[in-house]
Every structure is written in structure tokens, then in C-alpha cells.
Design a protein around this ligand. Structure first.
Ligand code: CA
Length: 534
């Protein structure tokens, strides 16, 4: 095995062969030096560090240059500066578990079976990229948020949060054993990831999936980041007070507004229950004076929404700061151990998120803020620094990309495509120009009706359906970048609408989408047949 890695991907010249024999003869120390030595010609398959977060909006990464300039994220930005920033990485089903299942399997929800966060359990016996890497000799680890109910498969080491996990003093599951940690969860996940990297076998390539809970609701920052923004007043998005005119019932009747859905716990009028006395004291030192002022002011209407928006951003962005520090610590390790030149580093989230746009938090919709996930990739020797891509890529492509990078065959059942040529600066001429999206979970939580549709660089054609709803919408992002007015049925869009209708049917066929959703897809509790009569 050891010898195989040394010979991987390089000309098997006599001199190289002699070097390998000498390295083997001299033992592990020399071979480690060989393997860790910086080189532009990788001697073995690249290591993969996949740093993943939950609900991290691209608007909250400085490399994406959101017009509000909400935060600086120097460590995530470094990946982009030394590699590629994807401007349009989209997800097939914008919620936590389904996104994770898609990344592992390279498949849509209707084929991997994980439709929603309510009643699904990931079938760990199916083909997933970590298993294939493991079988090919990679060391594999996952640390942090798993959120797929069943136990991880395909990992030599797994140390995960149960379910959603908590921000402070988290119980975790260490390869099946329940443990309890004290501290801030983002830091603990990073510490555990680094400990595994240090203890790994340096003679084998590795896959590390470092998966944060942050910045998921309820957005609890590290104590060191309370007040990180110096009580800055953040700019509001143009659609904070969206009236949903121009769109249908589903957009009006959701349950994910800052105004109506955000709870006292969300805005820290109630402290988390699981803080230690010392943590609680620091927590109260920051929040209590501000909460007293808020209670005294008795805000209502738009003023109340504005206050909640400001509190939301302080907390959300505070969580992001710790995630960015984690990215910095992991990169520092790779630098210090001379691993950076043969390691692919990816930073991505499971989907996008609303930071007040349309008056919302949360995700789920086909609309841009939740459809697009941040994705930056550093791959020395393949990707040029400061690269950007506007290609329509997806997290359904990640599994295929990692397998391709490792020199392994991509199973035919996977539905994405390796991003390697794009990362190398050479987008294939037949790269996808349209993308299929399908959201299922309804009615709880957040009452977002199921919908599916086709997305292109300019348009979105969407079918919204459910027990009380059935309508179509068409958005033209060129004339309506904020997606505020459906132009479905307008004469001037007849040709585009017809083309998109055909393309949607083609994609559903190609991706093997069943005509009817599976009974469990919406996450509603399935009805058991009632007995009739006596
Ligand atoms: Ca998520």
C-alpha cells in the first residue's frame, strides 16, 4: 500500500523507482519527508480537508463582497485567494440533512432517500464517496455535525454531535461512545479535527470532514465574540419589509419571518439553559444591559423588526467569526506540516440562508439566497490563485470531484460531475446550463410549500404545490434580481416559458424524478389506515 502511494500519478522512471526503494529501506521517517515535501507534482493522491458549516450565507463571507459588507472572514477568503471562488454553487434541496446526504452520495434526495429533516434516516449501506476513498487506502474522518440519524459509515474515525447539537458544552458521540465536552462547540470540533490530523498515519492520504454546527439557529456566539461588532448598526437589506406582492400564497404564508417567527430564545432575551455558571456570567454581562434597554423601549412594529434584525446579525456573525478562526487553524496546521501543497481544501455550507432578505431567516426556497451555497476551493497545482467561476455547479458534484481527485472511478449512479476541469480553469463546453431543484418538507417547520423547478443563469421556472396550493411562477433575474415578481403567463415571456417547461421535463426525466413524490417525502407523519365500520 505504502509503495503504491509513492508511485501514484508520477512517471515511473528508474531514478524515481530508486528513490522509492531508498525511502522504503530507510523507514517511515524518510518516506514521511518525501510525502510531506512541498511539490507541484503530487506524488500521491491529494489529501482532502472538507470544512463545512451549517446555514452559512454567502452574504456573510467577505470574499463574496455582499453590498452590506457584513463581516471580514480572512481565513475563508484565503482559500478563495489561493484557489477558486464559485459564485453560483447551488443545492438541489435547501436544508441540512438532505444537503449532507447529497454530498455523500452524489445523488438527489429522491434517489438517496433523505428528503427532509423530519422523518428520514440515512441509509448508510448505499454508495458514498468516503467509503470509496477508504477502500482505496485513504484514512477517513468526520468530526462535528452529521445530522443523518443513522451512524456514519465509511469513516475510520467519527466524532459527531447528536442531532442538531448545541453550541456550548456539547454531548458528542465518539465512534459510538457517548462523551461530553466542555467549551464552545466550534472550537471543540476544530480541536478534535486537529488531534485526528496529528495522530493519523502520515504515509497514507486522508479525508477530513470538519463539519460545524455553526452558524445554525439559535446563533449563539463564543463568549469571546460577544460584542465583536462594537454595537455596529448593520445596513438593512432592501427587502426587509417585503410585502410578497407579485408572488403567490406560499411566499405570503410561510413561517420564517424575523417579524413573526423569531423567538425570544433566538434573540437572546432568554439565555441558553446549558451554560456553566462562569459562562452564564459572561453571557449576562453582554446581553443583560442591552436586553434591559430593549425592554424599557417597548418597541413595536417595524422598530421591533429592526431591533430583532440587528440582534440576529450580531449573533449570527459572531458564530461565523469562530468558524472563520477554525478555517484559519486548520490551514495553519497544513502549512506547518508541509501538507498544504498536496491537500485540497474546500469550504462550503449545506445551503444558503436569509439574513433579512424578504424579511426572512432560514432557507428552503429556490430563491437565490437559499439556493446558493458558499463554495471556495484551494487545490495547489490544479487551480490558479484568485480564480472565480460563474458556472452552474452544485454540491451534487462534490463526491464526483473528490473521487476524480483521488484517481478513482465515479460510479455511474452518481448524478453530478467532477469539478476538476472547472477548477483547472477549463470549463467543458457541455457543462450544465440548467439545474433541477426540489424541496419537500412541509408543513413543519416553517410552512414552506413543496416546490420544484429549473434554474438557469437568468430564469427560474417553479411549480409550487401542496395540499392547498398548485401554481407556477417564473422569475427573470436579469430584470428582477431580487425575485419579487413572477412573470409566469406574460406574453413577452411565452418563448422562454415554453423552453423552460421543456427543459424542466427533460431534467426530471434525466434525473429519474418520480411523477409523484414518495409518501414520506414531505416529512408529515404517515397516516395509518383507519378501520371503517364495525
Ligand atoms: Ca443547514
Amino acid at each position: 500500500m505504502h509503495f503504491r502511494w509513492l508511485l501514484f500519478g508520477v512517471p515511473r522512471s528508474t531514478s524515481f523507482f530508486v528513490c522509492c526503494v531508498i525511502a522504503l529501506a530507510c523507514g517511515g521517517a524518510q518516506s514521511q519527508t518525501l510525502a510531506d515535501e512541498p511539490t507541484t507534482q503530487p506524488r500521491r493522491p491529494p489529501n482532502i480537508v472538507f470544512i463545512f458549516s451549517d446555514d452559512h450565507a454567502y452574504q456573510a463571507i467577505s470574499a463574496y463582497q455582499d453590498e452590506r459588507r457584513l463581516i471580514e472572514t480572512p481565513h475563508i477568503d484565503r482559500i478563495a485567494a489561493e484557489g477558486m471562488l464559485f459564485r453560483r454553487c447551488v443545492v438541489p434541496n435547501s436544508i441540512c440533512g438532505p444537503s449532507r446526504a447529497t454530498i455523500l452520495t452524489g445523488k438527489y434526495s429522491h434517489l438517496n432517500g433523505f428528503y427532509n429533516n423530519s422523518n428520514c434516516r440515512f441509509d448508510g449501506s448505499q454508495v458514498a464517496f468516503p467509503k470509496l476513498l477508504q477502500a482505496a487506502g485513504y484514512q477517513t474522518a468526520i468530526v462535528g455535525k452529521w445530522h443523518l440519524v443513522s451512524e456514519p459509515t465509511g469513516f475510520d474515525y467519527w466524532h459527531i454531535l447528536p442531532g442538531q447539537g448545541v453550541y456550548y458544552n456539547p454531548p458528542m458521540i465518539d465512534n459510538g461512545r457517548q462523551v461530553k465536552h466542555e467549551g464552545y462547540t466550534t472550537d471543540i470540533i476544530t480541536d478534535l479535527s486537529l488531534a485526528w490530523l496529528k495522530a493519523r498515519d502520515p504515509d497514507k492520504p486522508f479525508l477530513l470532514m470538519c463539519q460545524h454546527k455553526a452558524p445554525h439557529r439559535e446563533w449563539e456566539p463564543a463568549l469571546r465574540h460577544l460584542g465583536h461588532d462594537g454595537d455596529r448598526v448593520y445596513p438593512e437589506p432592501a427587502t426587509l419589509f417585503d410585502d410578497y406582492a407579485g408572488r403567490g400564497l406560499a411566499e405570503r404564508d410561510q413561517d420564517m419571518t424575523i417579524a413573526g417567527t423569531m423567538t425570544d430564545r433566538d434573540v437572546k432575551l432568554i439565555a441558553p439553559a446549558n451554560l456553566t455558571p462562569e459562562q452564564r456570567a459572561k453571557w449576562d454581562t453582554y446581553y443583560e444591559p442591552r436586553n434591559r434597554k430593549f425592554r424599557d423601549e417597548k418597541l413595536a412594529g417595524r422598530d421591533l423588526v429592526r431591533w430583532k434584525y440587528q440582534r440576529y446579525l450580531h449573533d449570527y456573525l459572531g458564530c461565523v467569526k469562530a468558524v472563520d478562526e477554525s478555517v484559519g487553524r486548520l490551514q495553519e496546521f497544513l502549512d506547518e506540516h508541509h501538507l498544504a501543497d498536496n491537500t485540497i481544501v474546500v469550504y462550503a455550507a449545506d445551503q444558503g440562508f436569509y439574513l433579512g432578505e424578504h424579511g426572512w431567516f432560514d432557507k428552503r426556497w429556490i430563491f437565490e439566497e437559499s439556493l446558493r451555497t458558499p463554495c471556495v476551493v484551494r487545490w495547489p497545482g490544479v487551480t490558479k490563485p484568485h480564480s472565480t467561476s460563474d458556472d452552474l455547479v452544485s454540491n451534487v458534484d462534490f463526491a464526483e470531484t473528490f473521487l476524480d481527485a483521488a484517481g478513482l472511478n465515479v460510479p455511474a449512479e452518481m448524478q453530478g460531475r467532477s469539478l476538476r476541469p472547472i477548477l483547472a480553469g477549463d470549463t467543458p463546453g457541455d457543462w450544465r446550463k440548467s439545474f433541477y431543484y426540489h424541496y419537500y418538507e412541509y408543513p413543519v417547520p416553517h410552512r414552506v410549500r413543496p416546490h420544484y423547478g429549473v434554474v438557469t443563469d437568468r430564469f427560474k421556472l417553479v411549480h409550487i404545490y401542496g395540499p392547498d396550493t398548485d401554481y407556477w411562477e417564473l422569475f427573470d433575474r436579469q430584470s428582477d434580481p431580487r425575485e419579487l415578481t413572477s412573470v409566469y403567463g406574460r406574453a413577452e415571456y411565452a418563448a422562454a416559458q415554453s423552453d423552460l417547461t421543456q427543459e424542466l421535463a427533460r431534467l426530471r426525466d434525466e434525473l429519474k424524478v418520480p411523477a409523484q413524490d414518495a409518501p414520506e417525502a414531505s416529512g408529515r407523519r404517515l397516516n395509518t389506515p383507519r378501520r371503517r365500520g364495525p
